[in-house]
Ligand binder design. Structure first.
Ligand SMILES: *[C@@H]1O[C@H](CO)[C@@H](O)[C@H](O)[C@H]1NC(C)=O
Ligand SMILES: *[C@@H]1O[C@H](CO)[C@@H](O)[C@H](O)[C@H]1NC(C)=O
Ligand SMILES: *[C@@H]1O[C@H](CO)[C@@H](O)[C@H](O)[C@H]1NC(C)=O
Ligand SMILES: *[C@@H]1O[C@H](CO)[C@@H](O)[C@H](O)[C@H]1NC(C)=O
Ligand SMILES: *[C@@H]1O[C@H](CO)[C@@H](O)[C@H](O)[C@H]1NC(C)=O
Ligand SMILES: *[C@@H]1O[C@H](CO)[C@@H](O)[C@H](O)[C@H]1NC(C)=O
Ligand SMILES: *[C@@H]1O[C@H](CO)[C@@H](O)[C@H](O)[C@H]1NC(C)=O
Ligand SMILES: *[C@@H]1O[C@H](CO)[C@@H](O)[C@H](O)[C@H]1NC(C)=O
Length: 653
């Protein structure tokens, strides 16, 4: 039987209104028999992580069905607070943010849910899911009893938890367990009052019955500040190690009850400038088998990683942002495709659990639309009138993104040179306060790039009164460790020679809104081409091109991947949708995933590119190219190994 009919059958069976659920539905911890009890029966979950925030809503069902067909009986997901409350008190649960729709799909597909509502989630997600507006209080202590932090958490959870309450298992929904905080034992604050407050808050909204749990690294040291009475302590660890020894750490906190690995790593995260992470399938399935053999519960993190669209990636320290792809070398690829790892995992699960019959939904076809010619529109500095809706703000010293209530993207800092600099003069950020990358132009000519933790000084020349434009890119907020109070923009003063620069004009930029409104298309009078060869820098500028979907080929549009031959670094939109950052000059990611639902067969598809360093568009024509296979593992230019080791919870404090 083909999968569509199987899917329809599942959906049909599951149309049971929440209100008809029997009051005997229950899910508890059995401390005597070291397992969970579901409706009074011993129960063990084999779960996989899927972050709805990294997958467009139209694909949720396909990805969940593939997880179900692998033999999983549960999924685990994070709820990123900043995805849902972009502005204090303004909530968004529509479209790709429709959490209850996601939960309903899980229920319809007979998948239980392990919910991780934070408030902090880590997750390689901007600021670990915390909204950047929390930083309006400059000295806020996040993830602690700080009164302003708690007030914001209380308000958010007061909105969120009542929404999910009907989806708890005992209320007829799919949610069996709810996590409190995340890996709190790895955070410096070790504030038990904070954890106790969260537990009270969760209980007040969700009731006394729900199983609350915590997750920490599999080491006694992590469990010290991460576990709490009344919250079931679980651990996380990757393949290749000693499974028995890892669970001994959990037994230290929970002498009895089910063994649970809440994050069993199927792959690992990437950083720009570091090699792509790969985890051997053989090692993975060996450890998975060892976990299942001892009746432990497991969640495969990730089962599908998905994509950091827009600006949602996080970063580690020393500052190392994660790329746009969150493929994670997971059993389902970023695009939801089946891999050898998927079938190997399924074969292990088969030994322990009856897996569903029927065909696994297939990988989706990909199409190479080929090259698209791009033309240069205008530079960012030439576009300030259409990009800065609120107009500039004058300030003696630089203002941050947070000062101007801008969460993501780019801000422009403008100043006139106070002195003649006929000889190369250092323009510096002595306190390493460029967060995170600054593109410097003088009178419209590119002069260099400053980068956090890498380049804090460049030499410039110029005349008194010359216009210095500094476009600062927020490359993603730190999501792990003690540096999560990650302000963006110029967070400390710049100096020219020995003097602190003052008298700035700061532009908050609404680039996404301008792209969505098509402002660049309306303003696309061709500008003078750059005469700079691509080996040198040119000012950050917009480029545009469009392409049609061939109408003589059946079943189009299909998914595709976009690459940027000889482009350097920037942001790309298709039909107004922000696909994310590209940075092929650093790697390892070369192509960006373009889901087919973004493409139109009725009108030309519009590509907008913001190239920050140098485009190949002069002197000749330049192109972007759509190909049918992803490249996320190119050899990178920077080989310095990154500090956070795979599969360990190495503390960076
Ligand atoms: C839990 O469910 C089982 C099976 O439906 C039932 O026998 C038992 O009474 C329930 N327990 C509670 C505490 O509701
Ligand atoms: C979420 O999806 C459901 C359908 O499952 C729909 O009824 C509801 O209106 C959606 N919510 C929002 C905020 O769009
Ligand atoms: C794994 O750890 C357990 C408990 O610490 C120990 O008894 C066992 O010898 C270890 N196994 C291996 C293969 O090292
Ligand atoms: C700036 O110029 C000075 C003097 O010409 C030189 O010593 C220094 O190395 C240069 N610094 C950089 C970052 O290029
Ligand atoms: C910039 O320098 C001025 C003058 O020394 C100082 O008052 C101000 O606090 C500095 N600003 C930042 C963000 O460091
Ligand atoms: C500040 O800069 C503006 C131009 O942006 C200039 O007109 C003004 O004189 C400057 N003020 C000081 C105190 O330098
Ligand atoms: C692309 O832009 C053109 C010109 O503004 C517009 O007519 C067309 O509808 C756009 N295409 C899509 C798919 O939105
Ligand atoms: C990248 O991945 C592809 C597909 O798995 C593989 O064929 C290729 O050898 C890899 N390249 C590098 C440089 O590792």
């Amino acid at each position: 039987m083909g999968f569509p009919r199987a899917a329809a059958g599942l959906l049909f069976l599951a149309v049971i209104p929440v209100s008809l659920a029997t009051s005997s539905s229950n899910f508890t911890v059995d401390y005597k028999n070291n397992c969970f009890l579901k409706d009074g029966q011993p129960f063990r979950y084999i779960s996989g992580s899927i972050h709805y925030s990294r997958i467009p809503q139209v694909y949720w069902k396909d990805r969940l069905l593939k997880m179900y067909m692998a033999g999983l009986n549960a999924i685990q997901t994070y709820i990123p607070w900043n995805f849902h409350e972009p502005i204090p008190g303004r909530y968004d649960f529509s479209g790709d943010r429709n959490l209850t729709h996601f939960l309903q799909l899980c229920k319809d597909l007979d998948l239980l849910v392990i919910l991780r509502p934070g408030p902090y989630i880590c997750g390689e997600w901007d600021m670990g899911g915390l909204p950047s507006w929390l930083l309006k209080k400059k000295d806020i202590v996040l993830r602690s009893s700080d009164a302003d932090y708690i007030a914001a958490v209380d308000r958010w959870m007061g909105k969120l938890l009542p929404m999910i309450k009907p989806y708890l298992y005992q209320n007829g929904g799919p949610i069996i367990t709810v996590q409190v905080e995340n890996e709190y034992g790895s955070y410096f604050a070790c504030d038990f009052d904070y954890l106790r407050h969260l537990v009270k808050l969760f209980r007040s909204h969700l009731g006394e019955e729900v199983v609350l749990f915590s997750t920490d690294g599999a080491g006694v040291g992590y469990l010290k500040c991460g576990s709490l009475q009344g919250v079931y302590a679980t651990v996380d660890f990757g393949p290749g190690g000693n499974v028995t020894a890892a669970f001994e750490a959990q037994r230290h906190a929970e002498p009895h009850g089910p063994l649970v690995n809440s994050e069993f790593y199927t792959g690992w995260l990437d950083h720009w400038g570091s090699p792509h992470s790969v985890t051997s399938t053989a090692v993975l399935v060996k450890s998975l088998n060892e976990i299942l053999e001892i009746d432990a519960n497991v969640n495969l993190y990730m089962f599908i990683g998905g994509t950091n669209f827009e600006y949602w990636n996080g970063a580690n320290t020393p500052y190392a942002p994660q790329p746009t792809s969150y493929d994670y070398d997971a059993p389902l690829t970023e695009a939801g495709d089946l891999t050898e790892k998927y079938f190997a995992i399924r074969d292990v699960i088969k030994k322990y659990r009856k897996i569903p019959e029927g065909a696994v939904p297939p990988s989706t076809p990909k199409f190479a639309y080929g090259q698209v010619t791009m033309k240069k529109l205008q530079t960012v500095s030439e576009s300030l009138d259409i990009l800065s809706f609120s107009g500039p703000v004058k300030s003696p010293y630089p203002l941050t993104f947070e000062d101007l209530n801008q969460a993501f993207g780019f801000m422009l800092y403008q100043i006139t040179l106070p002195v003649d600099c006929p000889k190369p003069t250092p323009l510096s950020s002595p306190l390493n306060g460029v967060h995170d990358r600054a593109y410097v132009t003088i009178d419209g000519v590119a002069a260099g790039v400053l980068e956090r933790d890498k380049t804090i000084s460049i030499n410039i020349t110029g005349k008194i009164g010359s216009r210095l434009d500094i476009l600062v890119e927020n490359m993603g907020r730190v999501n792990y460790g003690k540096d999560i109070n990650d302000f963006k923009g110029l967070v400390s003063n710049l100096t020219l020679g020995a003097d602190t620069l003052s008298n700035w004009t700061v532009y908050s930029l609404s680039i996404d809104e301008a792209v969505k409104k098509g402002l660049f298309w309306k303003n696309s009078s061709p500008r003078t081409p750059d005469n700079a060869p691509t080996t040198t820098l040119s000012p950050p500028a917009f480029y545009a091109g469009s392409f049609n979907i061939p109408d003589d080929i059946p079943d189009l549009p299909q998914d595709t991947y976009i690459q940027f031959p000889d482009w350097r670094k920037g942001q790309v939109w298709i039909n107004g949708f922000n696909l994310g950052r590209y940075w092929p000059s650093r790697g390892p990611q070369i192509t960006l995933f373009v889901p087919e639902y973004l493409l139109s067969t009725r009108a030309p598809n519009n590509i907008t590119v913001l190239e920050l360093e140098a485009s190949p568009c002069s002197p000749g024509p330049c192109v972007v190219e759509f190909i049918s296979t992803p490249i996320i593992n190119a050899t990178t230019r920077y080989t310095k190994p990154f500090m956070r080791e795979p599969f360990s919870k190495q503390d960076l404090l």
